[in-house]
Write a protein that binds this ligand. Structure first.
Ligand code: UD1
Length: 417
């Protein structure tokens, strides 16, 4: 086990290259199961969640190989349709094999993901969608089992815009018989990339990126060859790191169109942001101003940036309010920020942050992926030393974060506990 040790207080300067997006690669890797061929995905980040996804593909009988940042998946034959508990519990996105397996093999058996640190996160909307496509769903011994001879196109209306649900149903309807419409679809950029990938494989999809997606099912798909989009959450995390440390950082690969809500709020907080050809340059202000945020589905403020933004607001000159509207129980970073001297109180889904002039280093514990990033950011801005333990969460979603921050001038190291 390792921990990250930060000696805070140094401004970050220079350039950082953003890696491929974790949340885009995962559905793309599972989409390779839709084609009886050999696919290749490039710009794949080196992350624990990607290792988990590759292990799952192997278990299903689709061997994988990695060379530099490219992953090959050989899905010519599928040997198993079961995603076991041990993998699903470490990565909920494993449920994204349901759609592809059901569409290709007519059968899928996937362990129920259960609760996770940031809330209950059910998959009822995914299952409701598969049922509308004619699948028979049973829940037994902790597993979801879905069966269908051939899926039939349907009109699916989600109760809420679910990212995973939209992705699962996009993959399933691509090979269903006839026309499907997904309404109240999630509109995240990762969904647009998945749709583009499926279209390049021969799928007929229109409207991805809007709340209404139209799919005309086809009988087979070609292998996938694609390069993954940059990770907008990693980019946002580095942008906040620059703003919080009075730094000046060019975040290479960050795209304005993926970040409008965050950019607006960071600008309100006093950060100076310039869009360049290569990415977004962020210059931090002398003192941050307080800003209120409310998380919601894209194009709203991303829940995956909430913890990092709160770390930034803990140093603002005044009081901010953060409302978390996507997940319940996503304030576990608050207690840890308080250990660093932040003045935050929680009332249900809202947190009130009274900005302080200075955070003070302390030992803290990461509770989930984005909470880990929030503590690293706080540690970068705090005086003295902050030690962040349980960083296995961080390794699920940030590629070599300490190396990238050190290159920007941070005093940061990964050391054994
Ligand atoms: C994805 C992202 C995650 C991000 C989240 C919201 C991946 C791998 N993960 O997660 O990083 O935080 O989107 O932007 O891309 N819900 C239901 N029933 C369902 C499905 C969802 O009630 O069947 C609820 C969830 O509990 C949550 C909300 O809908 O409250 C949004 O969840 P969803 O968009 O599905 O998130 P994920 O796909 O799990």
């Amino acid at each position: 086990m390792h921990k990250i040790v930060i000696k805070g207080g140094l401004p970050l300067n220079g350039e950082v290259q953003i890696s491929g997006a974790k949340n885009a690669v995962l559905p793309l890797l599972f989409a390779t199961l839709l084609s009886a061929g050999q696919s290749e995905i490039c710009n794949v980040p080196d992350l624990r969640d990607i290792d988990t996804a590759l292990s799952l593909l192997k278990i299903l009988g689709a061997p994988t190989a990695r060379a530099e940042d490219c992953c090959q998946v050989d899905a010519r034959t599928i040997q198993s349709v079961e995603a076991p508990y041990d993998l699903v519990r470490t990565m909920r996105a494993s449920v994204l094999v349901l759609g592809p397996l059901l569409a290709r093999c007519g059968h899928a058996r996937v362990s129920l993901p259960g609760g996770c640190a940031i809330g209950a996160r059910p998959i009822d909307q995914h299952l409701k969608g598969f049922e509308a496509l004619g699948a028979r769903i049973t829940l037994e011994h902790g597993y979801v089992e879905a069966r269908a001879e051939r899926l039939r196109g349907a009109h699916i209306i989600f109760d809420m815009p679910t990212v995973g649900g939209t992705e699962n149903l996009l993959m399933a309807t691509a090979l269903a018989e006839g026309e499907s419409i997904i309404e109240n679809a999630a509109r995240e950029p990762e969904i647009v990339q998945l749709a583009e990938a499926l279209i390049s494989m021969g799928a007929k999809i229109e409207g991805a990126g809007t709340a209404r997606i139209h799919i005309e099912g086809v009988s087979s798909l070609q292998p996938l060859k694609i390069s993954v989009m940059p990770d907008r959450i990693e980019a946002g995390t580095f942008m906040i790191a620059a703003a919080m440390t009075r730094g000046n950082v060019l975040v290479r690969g960050a795209r304005q169109r993926d970040q409008e809500a965050l950019l607006k709020k960071m600008t309100e907080a006093g950060a100076h942001i310039d869009a360049t050809q290569d990415g977004l340059r962020v210059i931090g202000p002398d003192r941050l101003m307080p800003v209120d945020i409310r998380t919601s589905a894209f194009p709203g403020f991303p829940t995956d940036m909430q913890a990092q933004f709160m770390a930034m607001m803990s140093l603002a000159d005044g009081t901010s309010r953060v409302s978390e509207n996507v997940f319940e129980n996503r304030f576990m970073h608050v207690c840890e920020l308080q250990r660093l001297g932040a003045d935050i109180s929680i009332d249900g889904h809202s947190a009130t942050i009274h900005g302080v002039k200075q955070l003070h280093g302390a030992p803290v514990m990461a509770t989930d992926l984005r909470a880990s990033a929030c503590l690293i950011l706080a540690g970068l801005a705090a005086e003295n030393t902050t030690e962040v333990s349980r960083i296995y969460h961080l390794d699920r979603g940030y590629e070599r974060i300490e190396a990238k921050l050190a290159k920007l001038g941070a005093c940061i190291a990964r050391v054994p506990e």
